[in-house]
Design a protein around this ligand. Structure first.
Ligand code: 13P
Length: 284
């Protein structure tokens, strides 16, 4: 199965009522761990990296790795540029072969967010790639550097935004936030339900770490088709390495590497099961 675009994955998810996991990765071990879970569960998936993470994982190094890994996976995998902020990095991701990009203008006034997102959608179109936008403000920030307050999506604005921009996926803010929650969030399912009834575009849930399994399932039942998971992967990798050291399993570098792969694998396995996408990578 070649590297795929995001839109057919989300369309199938819409038809069959599940969500596709979009897993943030920072190194080769995380890519290998996620794709091991994808192969084992025969599930579709999205590999992603956010622009703020490029300080640690340069796009010119990790981007080709993500694309090559997706090309070599037997299940359909899209490669996504998450929370794009600058046109130069968005273009660099597309040049490398990413099959979708997000422009995050959620902090901007509606008109500006719509105009720039529409422009990014047309840039993605030059490459035959998909584009995700965000309306309303998901709390926190992808790398924890900013404490952005949640500003829930207005369903009516979401409808206009989807029409003006032509995005292929739309991230909504329903009380969700990036990073670890102090306590499980109280999601605004009413806003999600109304948005899904007005917007004819697959909806995306950011800030997946710490959302309870039943809340994920409810979001999926109400129309969420892509779920972003980042911090949970990083935490799982860290915990797996720590446990391996504590139990004396790490005798050398390659044991450390294996513990990292396992951490990413276990986290992806858990989320794939909750999102209902196991077995959905096999195309009819
Ligand atoms: P978490 O770090 O909360 O899982 O958020 C991930 C995310 O939304 C990436 O865009």
């Amino acid at each position: 199965m070649p590297l795929t675009k995001m839109s057919p994955l989300l369309l199938k998810a819409e038809e069959e009522g599940y969500a596709v996991g979009s897993f943030s990765v920072a190194n080769m071990e995380m890519v290998l761990g996620v794709l091991k879970a994808v192969e084992e569960t025969k599930s579709p998936a999205i590999l992603q990296i956010a622009e703020v993470r490029l300080k640690q994982s340069p796009l010119e190094a990790i981007g080709p790795l993500m694309v090559a890994a997706a090309q070599n996976c037997s299940m359909p995998v899209a490669v996504h540029f998450d929370h794009g902020k600058t046109e130069s990095k968005i273009r660099q991701a597309l040049d490398i072969g990413f099959t979708s990009v997000m422009y995050d203008g959620s902090h901007l006034p509606f008109e500006e967010n719509s105009a720039i997102t529409a422009r990014v959608k047309s840039i993605a179109g030059e490459y035959g790639a998909d584009c995700e936008g965000e309306i309303g403000c998901v709390g926190g920030s992808e790398d924890g550097s900013e404490d952005i307050a949640v500003n829930c999506t207005s369903p009516v604005q979401a409808k206009s935004f989807a029409v003006i921009t032509g995005v292929d996926a739309l991230a909504v803010a329903i009380g969700n936030a990036h990073g670890n929650y102090k306590q499980a969030p109280k999601l605004r399912f009413d806003i999600l339900e109304e948005t899904a009834s007005l917007v004819d575009v697959p909806l995306v849930l950011h800030g997946g770490t710490g959302i309870l399994p039943d809340d994920f399932r409810k979001c999926v039942s109400l129309g969420i088709r892509k779920i972003n998971i980042a911090t949970a992967t990083f935490d799982s990798v860290q915990n797996s390495v720590k446990a391996a050291y504590e139990s004396g399993k790490i005798k050398g570098y390659y044991d450390l590497q294996e513990a990292e792969v396992n951490g990413a694998y276990e986290n992806a396995m858990k989320h794939i099961e909750i999102f209902g996408c196991a077995g959905k990578g096999i195309l009819n």
